[in-house]
Design a protein around this ligand. Structure first.
Ligand code: ADP
Length: 437
């Protein structure tokens, strides 16, 4: 399409160029003829002859560029007018008239030929301008088409990218987030991944594995709870028997039964704690919320532990105003007691135990620091997992590894946070942050 229009444009502009040369030759031929007759100069005769030949050649060339019917008609007129001029000139040259008279007679024929040539030029000019317009329109169309193709390309590429995002990237990110939440102890986390089949298979495998682990964990906790429960019955009867024994008169029997009685009490407390922590670990506990002064709870807990060790000095830093916070006071005391007894237990050489509490924004922050054995970096997060005990304590210091996981569950049930900072061999600081409401 564009190629044929380009050819037509070349033809039209060539035709204009040839027509203008023809016009010029015609005028110089007329003038030369006049001057020849005026001066009878043979050089003028020769150039007059040559110009006549050139006029014929140019006419032929102009005919070669004719492309439209309308142009063909005008071309025929041009040929006729020029032939007329040449013929009349020959005729008038034979007549015995003055050069000026001849010039005047012939001028009308020259003018008619020139007018015909001008029409040929005009029609080619208008043809050229309509062709240029067509080319512009085509350009605009093809620009619009390119824009459309480009737009479609962008839509297609974006579609593919959105598809990859929806089918692969987002589901994989969901799976990865769930796995890291699970790793942090949110054992109820499951993946709801949509997307490619393969991604869904990974998600459902993860879910089955987590379900299986959760089942095992519940079995383990049920097992511990049932042992604790079974231990409690003989403990109760031993406790009652020793109480009866204590009432007997013999001094030795009384002393012996006192020892049994205290040991049974200790065991009973231990079993009670075990039962409670397994229930917390299994998520089977409710909070009894009320407004409490955290400072007061800390003072009570410190009071309980202060007398239990001669090796440790307790330092408490509390603000003068009460630190009021909505919480379950007995559960929070349980956490504080657990952290304080750990601070004593894991600093066997004694040292200072520092307890601080302050208002930080819309949270109450509590920290309990000791100067004990500290925690290795690789154990820092694991110690909050149930039954996990750090290597340096496993065989050296008694414990079952449920206190911290139960404490963190209690704090998280309050929508709070619990974390630790420690330097192995130098001591540890456990932190609690609780929202005010
Ligand atoms: P338990 O004390 O019965 O082992 P916990 O859940 O309270 O159980 O603690 C888990 C583990 O964290 C402990 O076995 C010990 O390795 C480590 N740990 C806890 N508190 C401290 C502390 N204050 N200093 C050093 N290690 C600690």
């Amino acid at each position: 399409m564009l190629e044929s229009e380009a050819n037509e444009l070349v033809d039209a502009s060539e035709s204009i160029r040839v027509s203008q040369s023809l016009k010029a030759r015609l005028l110089t031929h007329n003038r030369n003829s006049f001057l020849y007759h005026l001066h009878q100069d043979p050089v003028r005769f020769e150039s007059k002859k040559r110009q006549r030949e050139e006029i014929q050649e140019l006419l032929k060339s102009a005919e070669g560029h004719v492309s439209k019917e309308e142009e063909r008609i005008i071309m025929a007129e041009v040929k006729e007018e020029i032939a007329d001029y040449l013929r009349k000139r020959e005729e008038h040259e034979k007549e015995a008239i003055s050069p000026l008279e001849r010039y005047n007679l012939i001028s009308q024929d020259v003018d008619s030929a020139i007018v015909a040539i001008d029409r040929l030029i005009a029609i080619n000019r208008s043809h050229m301008s309509s062709l240029t317009q067509q080319v512009h329109q085509q350009n605009r169309k093809s620009n619009r088409l390119s824009l459309l193709v480009f737009g479609l390309g962008i839509v297609l590429v974006s579609g593919v990218m959105i598809g990859v995002f929806l089918l692969i990237t987002r589901p994989l990110a969901t799976i990865s987030q769930t796995i890291s939440n699970y790793k942090e102890g949110n054992l109820k986390e499951r993946v709801d991944a949509k997307g490619l089949n393969e991604v869904q298979v990974i998600a459902s495998n993860f879910n089955s594995m987590a379900d299986w682990l959760e089942e095992k964990r519940q079995d383990q906790l049920r097992f511990i709870a049932s042992i604790a429960h079974d231990l409690r019955n003989p403990l109760n009867s031993m406790s009652m028997a020793s109480e009866v024994l204590m009432g007997q008169s013999q001094e030795d029997a009384r002393e012996l039964s006192k020892i049994i009685f205290h040991q049974v009490r200790n065991l009973d407390r231990l079993v009670g704690d075990l039962l409670d922590t397994t229930r917390i670990e299994a998520g089977q506990f409710d909070l009894n919320l009320s407004e409490n002064d955290i400072g007061g709870l800390i003072k009570n807990a410190v009071g309980l532990h202060q007398t239990s060790s001669n090796l440790h000095e307790f330092q408490t830093h509390l603000p003068t105003d009460p630190l009021l916070c909505k919480c379950d006071s007995s559960r929070l005391s349980q956490v504080l007691n657990n952290l304080l007894s750990n601070a004593i237990k894991y600093s066997p050489n004694g040292g200072t135990i520092t307890i601080k509490a302050s208002l930080e924004g819309d949270e109450v922050q509590v920290s309990i620091s000791d100067q004990g054995i500290g925690i290795e970096p690789q154990d820092m997060e694991n110690i909050f997992r149930p039954f996990h005990r750090a290597k340096n304590t496993r065989n050296a210091i008694p414990g079952i590894g449920l206190g911290l996981s139960a404490s963190r569950r209690i704090i998280e049930a309050h929508k709070g946070r619990m974390w630790v900072a420690s330097t192995s061999g130098k001591g540890s600081t456990f932190y609690i942050a609780l929202p005010l409401k």
